[in-house]
Write a protein that binds this ligand. Structure first.
Ligand code: HEM
Length: 138
C-alpha cells in the first residue's frame, strides 16, 4: 500500500499524490521498489519478477530516476502502457528548484539569449567605434 508511511502529500484538486525525491529514495529494496520515470512515480514491487529485462536493472534504479535508462532501452508502446498500472503519484519538485524561478530562468532556460545579447552588444560597440574612427580620419 503506497499510502502507508510514504510521506506523500495529496493534492486537494485531483487527488494525485506528490512525492519528493526524499520520499522516493527509501523505496529501494526488492520488497519495496519505486521508480521515477518522466516525473511520475511508480511502485513496481509486484512487477520486478515480470520484467522481461530482469529485476536486476530495475533494482539498480530503485528509489531514483530511471527515465534515462528506460528510454535508452527503447521500450515498446506496450511497455509504456504497462507503466500506468503501477502509477502512484507525481514527483514533487524540491523547494530549491521552485524557490526562485526568476533566478533559475536567468541561468538556465535563457542563458543563450543573454549570451547572444552580450555578443551583439560587443559587435555593435566595436562597429560604432570603427565608424567614428573612419569618419574622423577622412
Ligand atoms: C516500470 C518500468 C518498466 C516497464 C513497465 C518495463 C517493461 C518492459 C517490457 C514490456 C519489456 C519487453 C520489451 C518491450 O516491450 O519493450 C522490457 C524490456 C527491457 N527492459 Fe524494461 N521496463 C521498465 C523499466 C526498465 C528499466 C528502468 C530498465 C533499465 C535499464 C529496463 C531495461 C529493460 C531491458 C534491458 C529490456 C530488454 C530485455 C530484452 O530485450 O531481452 N526496463 N521492459
Amino acid at each position: 500500500n503506497a499510502d502507508v508511511g510514504s510521506g506523500g502529500e495529496k493534492s486537494a484538486v485531483e487527488g494525485v499524490k506528490y512525492y519528493t525525491l526524499e520520499d522516493i529514495r527509501v523505496h529501494n529494496m526488492s520488497n519495496d521498489t519505486w521508480l521515477i520515470i518522466h516525473d511520475k512515480v511508480y511502485d513496481i514491487t509486484s512487477f520486478l519478477e515480470e520484467h522481461p529485462g530482469g529485476e536486476e536493472v530495475l533494482l539498480e534504479q530503485a528509489g531514483a530516476d530511471a527515465s534515462e535508462s528506460f528510454e535508452d532501452v527503447g521500450h515498446s508502446t506496450d511497455a509504456r502502457e504497462m507503466l500506468e498500472q503501477y502509477f502512484i503519484g507525481d514527483l514533487r519538485f524540491e523547494k530549491k528548484k521552485k524557490l526562485n524561478p526568476y533566478i533559475s530562468s536567468l541561468f538556465c532556460s535563457s542563458w543563450s539569449i543573454w549570451l547572444i545579447s552580450a555578443v551583439a552588444a560587443v559587435v555593435v560597440g566595436v562597429g560604432y567605434r570603427y565608424f567614428i574612427f573612419e569618419h574622423r580620419s577622412s
